[in-house]
Design a protein around this ligand. Sequence first.
Ligand SMILES: *[C@@H]1O[C@H](CO)[C@@H](O)[C@H](O)[C@H]1NC(C)=O
Ligand SMILES: *[C@@H]1O[C@H](CO)[C@@H](O)[C@H](O)[C@H]1NC(C)=O
Ligand SMILES: *[C@@H]1O[C@H](CO)[C@@H](O)[C@H](O)[C@H]1NC(C)=O
Ligand SMILES: *[C@@H]1O[C@H](CO)[C@@H](O)[C@H](O)[C@H]1NC(C)=O
Ligand SMILES: *[C@@H]1O[C@H](CO)[C@@H](O)[C@H](O)[C@H]1NC(C)=O
Length: 266
Amino acid sequence: MKQQHSLSSFLFFLLFLHCANTFAQSPAAAPAQTPAAVVAQPPATTPTQAAQPHGITNVTKILEKAGHFAIFIRLLRSTQEESHLFSALNDSSSGVTIFAPTDSAFSELKSGTLNTLSDGDKSELVKFHVVPTFLSTSQFQTVSNPLGTWAGTGSRLPLNVTSYPNSVNITTGLTNTSLSGTVYTDNQLAIYKIEKVLLPKDIFASKAPAPAPVALAPEKPTKAVPAATVESPVAPVDISSALMFAHIMLWDQLAWLLLQCLLCNV
Ligand SMILES: *[C@@H]1O[C@H](CO)[C@@H](O)[C@H](O)[C@H]1NC(C)=O
Ligand SMILES: *[C@@H]1O[C@H](CO)[C@@H](O)[C@H](O)[C@H]1NC(C)=O
Ligand SMILES: *[C@@H]1O[C@H](CO)[C@@H](O)[C@H](O)[C@H]1NC(C)=O
Ligand SMILES: *[C@@H]1O[C@H](CO)[C@@H](O)[C@H](O)[C@H]1NC(C)=O
Ligand SMILES: *[C@@H]1O[C@H](CO)[C@@H](O)[C@H](O)[C@H]1NC(C)=O
């Protein structure tokens, strides 16, 4: 990983020299602008944006634009809930409220948590973050608990919301958190940011002691959860696959830059 990184840096440096030569007339402006433009608008995104049919609200796109929801987006995709949401939002009679955990919320989980879940549990975890009605912040004052989610209702899937003058708090019995911001809202879809992953009891109750201490004392999770290191040798996979993705993006952009420079030279 480190080697690859320094190789990339070296190639970028070469490229920089090359481009600086090519654009000798404006040496200061050219190298500074080119990478920024590439990062902001990689050529691959253009066709996807055009492909959105009928103006159906695209949750993934909203989350991507907001940033810091990469893991939640990945889960939405891998569990097919992305398309489930898409068809739900195409049906104007039903609204949807999504509690979207940030990437740092996922990073607070005991390491390896996601990797050890079965596909079914992953699906349920994602569905647990989707309420099948549209709820504005003021409507949280009048909802009755427990709130039903796409994962279902009942004592093993409780999701209780309590509205206070300055906050809307959520509890699952295992996770306490509060809404930390509104990512998006119209009359059909509301997306709220949360700083903790909502852990449904029916998946995590048996592992309950683990997430709780992590949440209470994030600075020393290994002490509180001695089993973590033993149980999850695959833990870093989540992060490294994200890094890998970043690397692929980097190499894509590099290739694209190279191509541009070659074309400039012709
Ligand atoms: C929604 O947006 C995402 C990200 O921009 C894109 O990958 C996906 O194809 C879009 N979905 C639809 C159905 O347009
Ligand atoms: C949206 O709903 C309409 C009418 O129910 C249907 O014809 C259309 O195929 C749906 N589009 C998508 C992308 O699901
Ligand atoms: C959720 O609210 C219901 C009804 O008020 C209550 O019975 C239940 O104990 C609450 N659960 C949690 C986890 O707070
Ligand atoms: C959540 O909050 C309730 C009531 O404020 C508290 O009794 C409980 O211990 C908290 N649970 C966690 C996991 O922090
Ligand atoms: C609501 O949640 C916030 C942060 O998650 C917490 O600081 C606050 O004590 C909670 N309020 C109540 C009444 O539990």
